[in-house]
Design a protein around this ligand. Structure first.
Ligand code: HDE
Length: 680
């Protein structure tokens, strides 16, 4: 019997690749002018050993195109990956908004979602400690609606005018361009210490949220307060959430750093493979809705983007589901050229006066002009609305539409005054008529001045392991800061959030304990802790450490049980090829200890076998020990247990196959994600 445990749908790599056909397959090679090319390997020369001739138009066209193949990468969120999908609302949201795509549960709206890191350049590792972008383009019948959010619900700064300063401080330092995709350096922490409105977001950035296990296992947030407006013109404030159906999970920091070396594409590979395997990532859209009358009922300003609305105070109503079910065909054409803009809204969705949002409304079009080379980026296939669009805009770089006729102005008689504006009842967008009055000032409202209460709320809401991870993250980041003065400023700043936190990392970096009083905030929000998230085994990846002579029937039963629960198994040994069980079972090895690593898996099933060469034993023991140190679930057969180090015996999340319901216990341990109560 020979079995290959590969993808859950059983596709081999070759089969996956063969599935990709291009429009060019089977066609003759031509120039961009359509001329058939007779020779594509040798440039035109004066004699076989002579100089290349200018006349070689084919060479020049090919090389010129190549020379111009790169466009400026995004100044932030450069490293990203995307997928197509669809969205459906659960019930009509008519009461709150007239947005067409939120009215009818039978309506399917196509979406395109791009996930990203913020700081790193386009080729950087995906497991950086960083916020993740979570941008969704809904291709609605009323035009494109972009929800351009992050996986952290608050932001570092309160006013868009500070964004260039924040990003300059975060990016690699300009004199030596170090460090790549990392906030652990002097300029970032100098900015934080001198711009203390950042305290709340820094808490999130130092938490496990900044190192997600997968794009499929992180929340998304619209961050700003927006408005829903219904048919009657009545508005409600709204905050948007994406809740992943698989729950919110993270890796540990030591692991994140190693993944960046072993597989810098870890997150995109995970997204790509799960879609290829038919395990479509799903997220529920949630809204927190607040009536305009309640605008001032909180001890923070709802326009302040450094504040969240605690879910226990304003519940998140789940209103629909998004499923990502199709990978891109071409990363450049789609993922790289997609242009999001928080100002792309539809009737029924409107803005608030959040000063960060107001600034973003300017920045995104501006950035696309340089990045995509002109004003016609809306004509690129990925950016094109699915509904028709008509206006008098013409010309510009890369114009694709061939507009006919002489009229490109409004008002006109020659084209019967068309295209003409649509009234509200015809679907025309009308801005919400908020009453505004005041002096023209450069100032911040006093209601934006409490920078610490919600940072403490976040700290208070963490479990013990989550708190330890935050302390370790501060100790790591500030341990990399060279200026003792900055280190001390940060210690004193976070003393205002929690003395326990700040004292702990001050000790780790050799700074003085924080001065001043401790926070008096005792409130906490269980929704903020990942300990309270959904725990499921589906799509988790188990490394099966195996050598010849294994108990065939036992192992097959367990692998089948894992598969039935949607858990993926990949076989590892010290060489590729087949391993043989004691009953004639043959299994195909997927990876060796050279090509894979424990940090790329969620759990280990130590099977081993009666034939264990010393080199296998050593590598297998190292692999299992590393997984153990990252708190991962470990299952073992009797022989597999021989590969354990002493301290693993009877540890939480370590399950032996003693015949009694092993598969169930192992799957339960996998669902738990990590076993933090383990001594390592
Ligand atoms: Fe962005 N941001 N941002 N941002 N942002 C960009 O637009 C900007 C902010 C976010 O996958 C840029 O096309 C300003 C908050 C995402 O293509 C740029 C400010 C949030 C993405 C820009 C912010 C975001 C971007 C760079 C302060 C969470 C990736 C390239 C007011 C709600 C979109 C581009 C994608 C990208 C400006 C703050 C999310 C320069 C000025 C807050 C997910 O226009």
């Amino acid at each position: 019997m020979s079995e290959e445990y590969k993808n859950n749908d059983g596709n081999s790599k070759k089969e996956q690749l063969e599935k990709f056909t291009t429009d060019d397959r089977g066609k003759k090679l031509t120039t961009n002018q359509g001329l058939k090319v007779s020779e594509d390997e040798f440039s035109l020369k004066a004699d076989e050993r002579g100089p290349t001739l200018m006349e070689d138009f084919h060479f020049r066209e090919k090389m010129t195109h190549f020379d111009h193949e790169r466009i400026p990468e995004r100044i932030v969120h450069a490293r990203g990956f995307a997928a197509h999908g669809e969205f459906q609302v659960y019930e009509s949201m008519k009461k709150y908004t007239k947005a067409g795509f939120l009215q009818d549960p039978s309506k399917i709206t196509p979406v395109f979602v791009r996930f990203s890191t913020v700081a790193g350049s386009r080729g950087s590792g995906e497991l950086a400690r960083d916020a993740r972008g979570f941008s969704t383009k809904f291709y609605t019948e009323e035009g494109n609606y972009d929800l351009v959010g992050n996986n952290i619900p608050v932001f570092f700064i309160q006013d868009a005018i500070k964004f260039p300063d924040l990003v300059h401080a975060l990016k690699p330092e300009p004199h030596n361009e170090i460090p790549q995709a990392a906030s652990a350096h002097d300029t970032f922490w100098d900015f934080i210490a001198n711009n203390q409105e950042s305290a709340h977001m820094v808490m999130w950035a130092m938490s496990d949220r900044a190192i997600p296990r997968s794009f499929r296992m992180m929340e998304g947030f619209g961050v700003h307060t927006f408005r829903f407006v219904n048919e009657e013109g009545k508005a409600h404030f709204v905050k948007f959430h994406w809740k992943p159906v698989l729950g919110t999970h993270s890796v540990v920091w030591d692991e994140a750093q190693k993944i960046n070396g072993k597989d810098p594409d870890f997150h995109r590979r995970d997204l790509w493979e799960s879609i290829e395997n038919g395990e479509y990532p799903e997220y529920e859209l949630g809204v927190q809705i607040l009536s305009e009358e309640d605008e001032f009922k909180f001890d923070f300003d709802i326009l302040d983007p450094t504040k969240l609305w605690p879910e226990e105070d304003v519940p998140v109503k789940l209103i629909g589901k998004m499923t990502l079910n199709r990978n891109v065909d071409n990363v450049f054409a789609e993922t790289e050229q997609v242009a999001f803009h928080p100002g792309s809204v539809v009737p029924g969705i409107d803005f608030s006066n959040d000063p960060l949002l107001q600034g973003r409304l300017f920045s995104y079009t501006d950035t696309q002009l340089i990045r995509l080379g002109g004003p016609n980026f809306h004509e690129l296939p990925i950016n094109r609305p699915v509904c028709p669009f008509h206006n008098n805009q013409r010309d510009g770089y890369g114009r694709q539409t061939i507009n006919k006729g002489p009229v490109s102005y409004h008002k006109n008689s020659l084209a019967a005054n068309t295209p003409e504006p649509a009234s509200e009842s015809e679907g025309g967008f009308t801005h919400y008529q908020e009453k505004v009055e005041g002096h023209k000032v450069r100032a911040r409202s006093d209601s934006f001045k409490d920078h610490f209460s919600q940072a403490t709320l976040f700290w208070n809401s963490m479990s013990k392991p989550e708190k330890d991870h935050i302390i370790n993250a501060f100790s790591f980041e500030l341990g990399k800061v060279e200026s003792e003065f900055i280190q001390q400023q940060v210690v004193d700043m976070f003393g205002k959030v929690s003395k326990e936190l700040s004292t702990a990392f001050a000790e780790a970096i050799g700074a003085n304990s924080p001065q001043g009083e401790d926070s008096v905030v005792t409130k906490f929000s269980p929704a903020l802790s990942q300990e309270n998230t959904k725990k499921k085994p589906e799509t988790r990846k188990v490394a099966v450490i195996i050598s010849s002579g294994f108990q065939g029937d036992e192992v097959r039963t367990i692998l089948d049980a894992l598969k039935e629960k949607g858990v993926q198994s990949e076989l590892l040994s010290d060489k590729l090829g087949k391993v043989n069980g004691n009953d004639g079972t043959e299994l195909e090895v997927n990876h060796t200890f050279l090509t894979a690593d424990s940090v790329l898996f969620d759990a280990v099933y130590a099977v081993s076998g009666s034939e264990q060469p010393t080199s296998f034993q050593k590598k297998a023991t190292y692999f299992i020990d590393e997984a153990f140190s990252h708190f991962k679930p470990i299952g073992a057969t009797h022989e597999g247990k021989m590969l354990f180090k002493d301290n693993m015996e009877n540890s939480p999340g370590v399950i032996y196959d003693d015949g009694k319901g092993f598969a169930e216990r192992f799957i339960e341990a996998i669902s738990a994600h990590r076993h933090w109560d383990r001594e390592v």
